[in-house]
Design a protein around this ligand. Structure first.
Ligand code: BMA
Length: 370
């Protein structure tokens, strides 16, 4: 009930602000602040770009190829000697209230690992492969194209979804050091929405519905006192230009990081997408004062032994304002599904060269909260 009322209050405020201030439609929530550490993170993400590009890896410290839950272990560290500067985790199924996420990692473990990454001076990004609130299926259930509408204000699943946002807020608010400092995170929900494989994807909702989904999400978290989050908007590789990239952009007041996700299948197509999209986010990063990042990338199984220094790095180097690049997970339960090397893997030696390059930054190279 509490959640319902808070949500209603936030949306009412949002509506009033838009009504009184039609020229500034984007500014729907006010009276929110960021913790000093969160401000530092944002400022340092911009600053470190001048030094180089931070390397990131999803689920890096919770499992890898042939191991799970070993204290301090990381496939990336086992190969090059340092942790990634960015570690990402997923909040999928937090909304169900169980102890583990969709990839069977305990939320208590995530909380501890997020704190450790903060103590290293590195950053944490959180995605949310949230279940389908209408059908009960997973994030990839696209059988119903009215799901987003159903959770917006007035929709039949609005109250249920408000509760789900409340559980995300509780988790983000619970990320604290023993001294009570809230750990800043980059929250990256509603990603790859320019494709249609998630229930919030392009063919599953209108641009207005998608933007309202974002406004509702961020306004709700802010209303719940989340002041330790930055927000990332990340498309797939579909947009052809800056105009297309911005079709569903929720507005500068809601977004801090602009990125995209793309994977290599065919090399030429991958390089074309990478260059086109990096050009788009570089331009928009400047004109909108946002931090550009390659929020997910990879070549499954990294079968090209020179991929890191032969394909990825030479392209990234052409876009010096880029903050970070993040490789997807090394699945311990699906051993061909990995995106970073592990000792003995075909691209491991090349990854060490990538690590040694002065333009790549790992955990020991960054101090994001000072
Ligand atoms: C996908 C795959 C899935 C996983 C999901 C969320 O890309 O890795 O196996 O469940 O991400 O992490």
């Amino acid at each position: 009930m509490m959640k319902k009322l808070t949500m209603a209050a936030a949306l009412l405020t949002a509506g009033l602000l838009v009504a009184c201030n039609p020229g500034k439609q984007e500014q729907q929530s006010e009276n929110w602040t960021r913790t000093p550490e969160t401000e530092k993170l944002l400022a340092n993400m911009k600053k470190t770009a001048a030094q180089g590009i931070m390397f990131g890896h999803h689920d890096d410290t919770v499992y890898g190829i042939g191991w799970e839950g070993d204290e301090g272990r990381s496939d990336v560290k086992s190969v090059c000697g340092d942790y990634p500067a960015v570690v990402s985790f997923d909040l999928g199924e937090l909304e169900l209230g169980g102890p583990k996420n969709l990839d069977k990692v305990a939320f208590d473990t995530l909380r501890k690992e997020i704190l450790k990454q903060y103590q290293r001076g590195g950053m944490v990004s959180l995605s949310w492969h949230v279940r389908n609130p209408k059908t009960g299926g997973d994030a990839w259930d696209v059988t119903d194209s009215t799901v987003v509408r159903s959770i917006l204000p007035g929709g039949e699943n609005h109250d249920k979804f408000a509760g789900w946002l409340g559980s995300v807020a509780d988790f983000l608010n619970s990320l604290q050091t023993p001294e009570g400092v809230k750990v800043p995170v980059l929250f990256r929900p509603w990603h790859e929405h320019t494709g249609s494989w998630f229930w919030w994807g392009e063919k599953l909702c209108t641009p207005d519905e998608y933007k309202t989904l974002w406004h509702m999400t961020v306004d709700s978290l802010r209303t719940h006192g989340v002041d330790n989050a930055l927000y990332a908007y990340s498309t797939g590789g579909e947009p052809q230009d800056t105009t297309q990239y911005l079709v569903r952009y929720p507005g500068d007041d809601y977004i801090d990081v602009i990125g995209f996700d793309t994977y290599q299948f065919d090399k030429d197509a991958f390089l074309e997408t990478l260059n086109r999209m990096l050009g788009i986010i570089t331009t928009l990063g400047q004109t909108h004062d946002k931090v550009p990042a390659l929020t997910e990338v990879g070549y499954e199984g990294v079968p090209d032994a020179q991929w890191w220094t032969g394909t990825l790095l030479p392209t990234l180097e052409k876009y010096p304002s880029l903050s970070y690049v993040l490789a997807w997970r090394n699945a311990r339960e699906k051993v061909t599904h990995f995106y970073a090397p592990y000792p003995g893997q075909a691209s491991a030696a090349d990854f060490v060269e990538f690590y040694k390059n002065p333009k790549t930054l790992f955990a020991a190279d960054v101090k994001l909260y000072e």
